[in-house]
Design a protein around this ligand. Structure first.
Ligand code: PEP
Ligand code: MN
Length: 265
């Protein structure tokens, strides 16, 4: 496989421009709300990122919701607004693309196309993202194996797009005490098998706000190249995933802990 370390020993470095990288040997921090909600919210999160030296912001404008009646995102208009504010502040945008028709319209406004867990094996989408010259982050499928994640990455890489990032976001197991089971085993295994950078998402991984920091730090110590977690000024008022979202004080503390832990690794 092209994403295998046997084919390419040197770790892949994903360059987002302006000195922002997702790569082995660095610790990427990506934070922001589950959903992009309002202009005011975007401004507050961008300010929070700047205050804490965080250069990548996450947020969904196209949301894959389990219920069709839940908030499904601001769409392209929301992305344009977000881009205007974030790019002026030098913040990179990580956001989910749900279908092939969105790739082109999103292109000017996105730095990392996120492929969500539910689309992890949407092979048409992966094929099309293989033709794009912007970074792609593939999340592990809800019941996806490590091997399946690597095969999904192979679709994009073999299509010609080598700006690829893998993301462990928890898998569905028999355990119901947490939203998902964050598979920390996957990090050393992915790092050993593949040259691609690996990000851990402890927010979806455990799904419980007060346990997100320790799982984030466990992700750092397990060898991740970055942590992506959800944050919001008032998590209780978030349009989605508030139960697993940190407020800004918690997020600031976690970002510092992530950096300290990485320095000790
Ligand atoms: C998200 O990042 O908000 C998201 C929907 O994640 P996942 O695809 O991992 O469920
Ligand atoms: Mn979410």
């Amino acid at each position: 496989k092209l994403v295998s370390k046997k084919w390419k020993a040197k770790p892949t470095s994903v360059d987002l421009g302006d000195g922002v990288f997702i790569k082995d040997g660095e610790m990427a921090i990506i934070t922001g709300p589950c959903s992009i909600e309002t202009e005011e919210q975007i401004r507050k999160v961008v300010a929070h990122c700047i205050e804490n030296g965080i250069k990548m912001m996450r947020g969904g404008v196209f949301k894959p919701r389990s219920s069709p009646y839940a908030f499904r995102g601001l769409g392209l208009e929301g992305l344009k607004l977000w881009y205007e504010i974030a790019s002026a502040a030098g913040i990179k945008i990580v956001t989910e693309v749900m279908q092939t028709s969105q790739i082109e319209e999103m292109y000017p406004y996105v730095d990392v196309y996120q492929v969500g867990a539910r689309n992890s094996q949407n092979f048409n989408l992966l094929d099309e993202l293989g033709k794009v010259d912007k970074a792609v982050m593939i999340k592990r499928g809800i019941s996806g194996t490590i091997e399946e994640l690597l095969q999904s990455a192979e679709y994009v890489f073999s299509g010609g797009n080598e700006k690829l990032i893998l993301c462990e976001r928890g898998i569905r197991t028999y355990e119901r005490a947490s939203r998902n089971t964050l598979d920390l085993n996957a990090i050393p295994i992915l790092k050993a098998k593949s040259h691609l950078p690996v990000i851990v998402d402890p927010s979806h991984g455990i799904g419980i706000r007060s346990y997100v920091p320790q799982m984030a730090l466990a992700g750092v110590m397990s060898g991740a190249d970055g942590i992506m977690y959800e944050s919001h000024e008032i998590p209780e008022k978030a349009y989605s995933d508030g139960q697993q979202t940190l407020d800004f004080a918690q997020s600031a503390r976690l970002a510092a802990w992530i950096r300290e832990s990485f320095a000790m690794r």
